[in-house]
Design a protein around this ligand. Sequence first.
Ligand code: 9QG
Length: 156
Amino acid sequence: MCYPQPGATKPILNPSIPFLGQIPGCMRPGKMVVIQGSVPPNADRFAINFQIGASTKPRADIAFHFAARVKAGHIVRNTLTNEKWGAEERGVLYQPFVPGQNFEIMILANKEEFKVAVNGQHYVAYKHRVRPLKKIDYLAINGDVRITSVKFQDEQ
Ligand code: 9QG
C-alpha cells in the first residue's frame, strides 16, 4: 500500500540493520533516496532492496536489489519475483565501497531506470523490470553495513 506523504520528509538517522522502512509516497519518476553510511572493516556484503511490501513469508518481491559484494569485488543488480531471482546484471564495474570508509549512495528513479551514484559519481543504471513504480513501497537494507542517514526526496 502506498500512503502519499506530501512535502519534505525527515531523514531517518542511524537506523539499525537490517533496516526496513516505508517509502513516503512510494517510488515514482523523480523520487530520490540518499543513503549515507560506512562499510565496516572486514565487511563481506550488503544489499539495498526496493521492495513491494514487507512480507518475509512469502518473501516480498524486490524490484531492485543492489548487492555490494565487497570481498568478492563486484556489485550485482537483480529483481526477485515470486521468490525467484531473475537475470543478474553485473557488468564489469569497479566495486566502489571501501572497508572502513564512509559512502553516499544516491538512487534516483526516472521513467526508464534507477540511476545510482556513489560518492557523487554516476555508477550504474538499472532498467525498470517492475511497473508501475508506485508498487514499490518499502526500502530494506541488510548485511555488513552501517547507515547514518536515509533521506527520501522528490526532484523539483
Ligand atoms: O546468489 O544472488 C542476486 O542475484 C544470489 C544471492 C542472493 C542475491 C542474488 O544468494 O543473496 O544477491 O537477498 C538475498 O537472497 C541475497 C542475500 C546467486
